[in-house]
Design a protein around this ligand. Structure first.
Ligand SMILES: Cc1ncc(COP(=O)(O)O)c(C=O)c1O
Length: 441
């Protein structure tokens, strides 16, 4: 049976110019329900903050805010978008981008209001908040840590993780620098160390990852306790797979294992093992509680946004000669920025198209090898003007289109004249930002 969102998307595709995205409040609402069911089974009260960089379409952010979910932001642009919907105490501030344009400084200088949590991840950030006025209300802060052997994107084999080297985010959970950061905040009446923060990958599916991370966090909490620092909140970041995208494990080690015919670890990951992850949290709950933890924070991005948008494009040319079977669509992978070669998303084809099923390569209009959506089996022979609907493209597509968390750069002529300027503020907030609206505490 055809998905009702696909039917709607095709109906729109027959009426207007392609390509375009369609946002589905119904899909978002069911993702919110699923996520709430998950958090209600966790062993601690859990607060949810939606990761704005995933997709800051105004209608999507409004619906998430109406569902009593706060915002997680990593840049001044996202802060402005989140402040349009929330008081600052419903916003979690993250990322190295929080220092841009003096945002962290302004947050630290605001004495009577504070965000829900500011997760610090560099010594520079510690020194900025440490200068907060002693008269100010305590600023709740967390320390972002990284667990070296498990942080990073999963799905790739470990060799790619080793090649990438040390992450730029957070202090190592095993080292002493994180203890020094806690010491630097101790005794400061204007700053309250409340949380440990760990975002440990994206497209996470396995309970084993959570188990390892929680074990390592317990060890760190123990070390913090020994220097007199306790934290009440574990912020486990985002990263949960939405269940809509299949990711294949790739990389030289997996290729070698395959060639040698050795047993491979599960080669595809798709749906998160929510029951297993819940069980992992219950397994560590008693120890966490002994160490002072009373609450959890989660920062889902793709789990909520990914299923909530589809993209509609049109076939503009087809080639069938010899072994070459290509259908060219009017949307490139650079417009659908979330597309990755090792991932598969549902693709729906115009139900009015006729003919026999056919295996064909779907490509974008750029003369570049990377502009390919992969080989698909279309239910009928594709022809120019047929519509193609790419599903589960709601995460890191629209957000990335405006350069993730910052506006795209303008283009200047050699004489400095402005040739093009990005309409980014309009995209993010729905209307141009009024002057000076970027920070209101
Ligand atoms: C700190 C933090 N929280 C949340 C997220 C959202 O992650 P996801 O979309 O994988 O849920 C990210 C993504 O990079 C992140 O860095």
């Amino acid at each position: 049976m055809i998905d009702s969102l696909h039917s709607q998307a095709f109906a729109l595709g027959r009426q207007r110019e392609t390509p375009f995205y369609v946002f589905s409040p119904t899909r978002l609402s069911s993702a919110l329900d699923r996520f709430n069911r998950f958090t209600s089974g966790l062993p601690f009260p859990t607060e949810t903050y939606y990761s704005y960089k995933t997709n800051y379409l105004p209608a999507l952010c409004d619906q998430i805010a109406d569902a009593a979910v706060g915002s997680e932001i990593t840049s001044p642009t996202e802060w402005a978008a989140a402040r349009q919907r929330h008081q600052s105490n419903r916003i979690v501030v993250n990322g190295i981008g929080k220092c841009a344009d003096g945002l962290l400084q302004r947050i630290a200088d605001e004495v009577s209001t504070a965000p829900r949590l500011v997760n610090l991840e560099t010594d520079t950030e510690v020194s900025i908040v440490a200068q907060r006025s002693p008269e100010a209300d305590p600023l709740p802060v967390g320390l972002r840590v990284t667990v070296p052997s498990v942080s990073g994107e999963l799905g790739r084999d470990p060799s790619e993780h080793w090649n990438r080297g040390v992450t730029k985010f957070g202090w190592s959970a095993d080292g002493n620098a994180v203890l020094n950061a806690a010491r630097a905040l101790a005794g400061n009446r204007a700053v309250r160390l409340e949380a440990l923060h760990l975002h440990f990958g994206s497209q996470l599916v396995s309970a084993a990852r959570y188990d390892i991370v929680l074990q390592r966090l317990c060890d760190l909490l123990q070390r913090l306790t020994s220097i007199g620092a306790t934290v009440s909140t574990l912020d486990l970041g985002g990263g949960l797979a939405s269940g809509w995208v299949t990711k294949r494990r790739t990389g030289p080690l997996f290729d070698l294992i395959k060639v040698l015919g050795l047993p491979t670890p599960k080669s595809q990951q798709k749906a998160p093992d929510l029951d297993g992850i819940t069980a992992a949290l219950h397994k560590h709950a008693a120890r966490l509680s002994d160490l002072g933890v009373t609450r959890l924070i989660l920062e889902p991005g793709r789990y909520l946004a990914e299923p909530a948008m589809v993209a509609v494009s049109k076939v503009i040319a087809v080639r069938r000669d010899g072994a070459r079977r290509h259908a060219v669509v009017d949307l490139g992978t650079n417009g659908l920025h979330c597309w990755r070669g090792n991932e598969t998303r549902p693709i729906a084809f115009d139900p009015s198209a006729k003919g026999e099923p056919e295996e064909i390569k779907l490509v974008g209009p750029l003369c570049h090898r990377s502009d390919s959506f992969g080989t698909v089996t279309a239910p009928s022979q594709l022809q120019p003007d047929d519509l193609v609907c790419f599903d589960a493209v709601g995460a890191y597509s629209l957000g990335d289109w405006v350069a993730n968390a910052w506006p795209r750069p303008p283009v200047l002529g050699e004489d400095g004249s402005l040739l093009w300027t990005p309409p980014s503020h309009g995209l993010i907030t729905g209307s141009p930002l009024p002057d000076g609206a970027e920070y209101e505490g």
